[in-house]
Design a protein around this ligand. Sequence first.
Ligand code: ADP
Length: 271
Amino acid sequence: AGRLVLGVRVTPLSGGHVLALIDDRSQLRRVEETRRDFVVNVSHELKTPVAGLSLLAEAVVDASDDPDAVRRFAGRMGTETARLNQLVQEIVELSRLQVAETLDAPERVDVRACALDAVEHLRLVADDRNISITTDDDGSPAEVFGDANLVTTAIRNLVENAVNYSADDTRVTVTVKGSADLVTVAVKDQGSGIPAAELDRVFERFYRVDAARSRRTGGTGLGLAIVKHVCANHGGEVTVWSEEGHGSTFTIRLPAAQPQNPTPGEPAEPV
Ligand code: ADP
């Protein structure tokens, strides 16, 4: 990876001359490698729940005389199916984001409203474990151009992780701030933290620090890859700060929508 790959095409011309065209194929090769890795990963990740379902189906047949066992196996089939469904949805979402480098029809998005939506979505799960989610909001305008559903999904993935990788009775803080150029959303937790050596890798597709823990909380390993692509498609970025055993802060930074320049590409009005 990262090696320069040159392609050479030689065309004979009249008079004994040749035309040699040299092009850089390293970019193309990288895209192909990424796509191949993705397909390998996806098939591997899909195989586990499918194998589980097929074993459970056999168990149901074998236990047909025992209604309690049938009920138990059927319940587990329901859980596995829900997990498979989420995995497929996230794979489709991520593939779409990877293919589209820009957004189709960007609109003015109120990031504060997206953050509140995302927090509401996690409220019940957090309450259940006595994890308080507070929003710290200075009321500054926080609008970007983009897709409100995607921005909400990105923030929700971060809040979901903050809750999933935290112990009971802790606090998650979501801070939204807007400035003239930038909208920032920071999601801070007091959870397990991430070892320094793995910080760079958590945004990779299917990368998990602790696969067993991720699976227990219904994780797919795609959440942060989706966040990264949503940020890139909005012209922004996501970064992480973390201290093992103390907690993590994930920060999304997106370019702010300019009041005098409502659609991207349109010249700004003179001031
Ligand atoms: P998953 O579905 O496994 O949560 P993600 O892509 O969202 O997948 O995250 C990748 C991995 O990064 C997780 O499996 C976990 O190990 C780590 N991680 C993500 N967020 C946090 C967090 N807030 N605290 C600790 N570890 C985290």
